[in-house]
Ligand binder design. Sequence first.
Ligand code: HEM
Length: 505
Amino acid sequence: MLISFSDVIFASIVLTILVFFLRRRKRTLPYPPGPKPYPIIGNALDLPESHLWLKAGEWSKTYGDLVFLKVFGQPMLFINSYEVVFELLEKRSGIYSSRPPFTMSKDLRQFDWILSFFPYGERMRKYRAIFHKFFQPIVIPEYHSVMENEVIKMLRGLKEDPEQYEKHVRRFPGAVIMKNVYGYEVQDEKDPYVAMGEACISQAFDVEDYLFLDFFPWMRHLPEWFPGASFIGEAKELRKLSRAVQFDAHNMTKERMKRGDAPECMTTVLLEDHREKEGDVDAEEDLHIASASALAYAAAVDTTASTIMTFILAALLDPEIQEKGQEELDRVLGKGTLPTFADRGSLPYVQAICFEAIRWEPIVPIGLVHATSADDVYNGQFIPAGTMVFGNAWHILHDPVRFPEPDKFKPERWLGPETENGPIPVQKVAFGFGRRICPGRHWADSAVFIAVASILASFNIERAKDANGVPIPPTHNYSAKTVRHLDPSKCVFTPRTSKVLDTVR
Ligand code: HEM
């Protein structure tokens, strides 16, 4: 039977009317509750200048687990409980796994090669598959020996130059990941590649301050001289950094491959695998390999180092934490013996310190914003396509029911038997959710463990004293960014035994 042109027109009209009514019916459902919007600007005045996670937590007292805002027409959803995060970001991850436009980071600063900013789709899946290949749990033990070696260099730095402890802590994940990804040996704590990786993360993920560009994307076309548009010129400056992070170390590894002295690493394996299968690596594939590798090194340094810094802060605030950790290490290994990954299962208290460091001051407190790729209905409430979705990790990890006295650093909370209302594993919250969960979490988990266990085994961490001999209070000051940074404190690292001194010499 032939279908006539008029049949097609008729069917299209019927379909359009049907879709219109279906969407209208959905739209008659209410949005989730939230502060009352004003005409045109919506909830623009409700958004805080910083610490979005604290404000979202405050809203939850009035509006509940789901809080909905509209800012200049842009829907925003804040999720404040694990149960709802699980229901939406995990179980309905087919809808909740895209990203907003990230106009500043992607279009203006040109960090458009960073997987974290990709919308849900083919390219995202390709890059996540690369990450899975190199950072899934069964692969991580291959990196353990590099971690154990590099941690000794960190301990040496802490012994010789304790005042600059932050540098030595930051060098550690930088050195491990540079070896894993590029086969490159980081020389000292001033290594230019590590510095670039850190700068990349702090600039690329400076997301919250520029959300307004996602509300008004046309603003990216403003001329630099336009009043208030200096961000356009500043963004252009950062494009050089973006390209350098993406390609410098990658090209260095390729040069070494040509010379025949490149150690096996993520970059060499990816390039050689592709050559074997396809015969050659074209420019497009080279770009994918460079981009995935560069993000691995940029994403690992700051996040992991800041978590280790958090542990040091906790040890300074409460000496009992390190005493208990050291008691366990001395009992299991003998005083002055450095731990290895083989000891991990016998060190539950040290492991609990690591979990608590990740929970107490989450480094990415409100995750990286997701976006819905289709309309959805939850509990009779309408959540439109294109909504920015924030999983409030900070609030979930400070729920006083699951984490009594949530502001206290209490490793013991991880040692009790599992109960229905007990702590939710940090791995399920602090590293994001669903199909966008952090693919580097197993690597980070290992790096944090070996660093914390080795520092505890080697040093007593104490507050430095001022000129009058009075201990200086630690600095409990985190930057209020998407990826947070902790300022260093004035402290001293005193070696616990001469045996440790011998090991790190
Ligand atoms: C303590 C250390 C770390 C923390 C707290 C952390 C946290 C996070 C969070 C919260 C996200 C956003 C997830 C979401 O959108 O739901 C994320 C994404 C990501 N992380 Fe991590 N991360 C850490 C270490 C690492 C490491 C070591 C790597 C690489 C080896 C890495 C690579 C990535 C990548 C590639 C993404 C983007 C995933 C995507 O958008 O699909 N992270 N991380």
